[in-house]
Design a protein around this ligand. Structure first.
Ligand code: SF4
Length: 223
């Protein structure tokens, strides 16, 4: 199988991002589609069946993003796969990173994910048994929503089992490469719920935990 037998469906490729999607200057590649149905989703095109995502082969996406090679190299940045849920297309991401490394680039590769995918997809990018040094992702940015299963399911429409399984894999493999985002979700959780989530995550070994508030129609006028 050649690298170009896999394709990636993207709803956006966004260049010159700074400080939010990983270190340095990054290009965000937004994967189309998501298994969750978050009430305050900011990328609702991912659930819009009439939206036509753009399709890339590995070499086509590489040719698209390498225009910023100098920025990536000079700032220690690289490519961030986000979404939607990028892990729905995990085999492509694994093939893309292998291909990019074969071309000799030293970019960083980041993943912004909910981790809410079947274990086979997660393992296609982060195979069981690898060491942290062998992990192709330099930084994981994980939005866990809330660690309480009831709150999680009420907000996302899905059970939290998949997220928890994959998060446990990351905790065992490379907790120091993971930023965990714990949102305050108006109408769904409280600050005390966030404290409980943070305590669970610190107990799992994560140290980079970001607390923030989703901006929704409930609270945007109060800003
Ligand atoms: S995980 Fe992200 S893209 Fe998916 S439904 Fe939730 S907010 Fe939207």
């Amino acid at each position: 199988m050649t690298a170009d037998s896999l394709t990636f469906r993207a709803f956006a490729v966004s260049r010159h991002r700074l400080a939010y999607d990983g270190a340095g200057v990054t290009t965000l590649v937004g994967g189309y589609g998501c298994p969750l149905a978050c009430r305050y989703c900011i990328n609702s095109v991912c659930a819009d069946p009439s939206f036509r995502p753009r399709t890339y082969t590995v070499s086509a996406l590489f040719d698209t993003v390498r225009i910023d090679d100098l920025y990536f190299t000079a700032t220690g940045g690289g490519v961030t796969f986000g979404g939607g849920e990028p892990l729905l297309q995990a085999p492509f991401i694994a093939a893309f990173i292998r291909y990019a490394r074969e071309q000799g680039v030293t970019w960083r590769f980041n993943l912004e994910t909910s981790l809410a995918v079947p274990s086979a997809l997660f393992d296609a990018l982060v195979p069981e048994g690898i060491t942290a040094e062998e992990c192709p992702i330099d930084e994981f940015i994980v939005d866990v929503k809330d660690m309480d299963p009831t709150i999680y399911e009420r907000y996302t429409g899905q059970p939290s089992d998949r997220m928890r399984r994959n998060l446990t894999r990351l905790a065992a493999l490379c907790p120091d490469r993971v930023t965990v985002r714990v949102p305050f979700i108006p109408g769904y959780n409280t600050a005390a719920d966030g404290d409980r989530s943070e305590e669970i995550l610190r107990g799992m070994g994560f140290v980079r935990i970001e607390r923030f508030t989703y901006i929704t129609d409930r609270n945007k006028d109060a800003r």
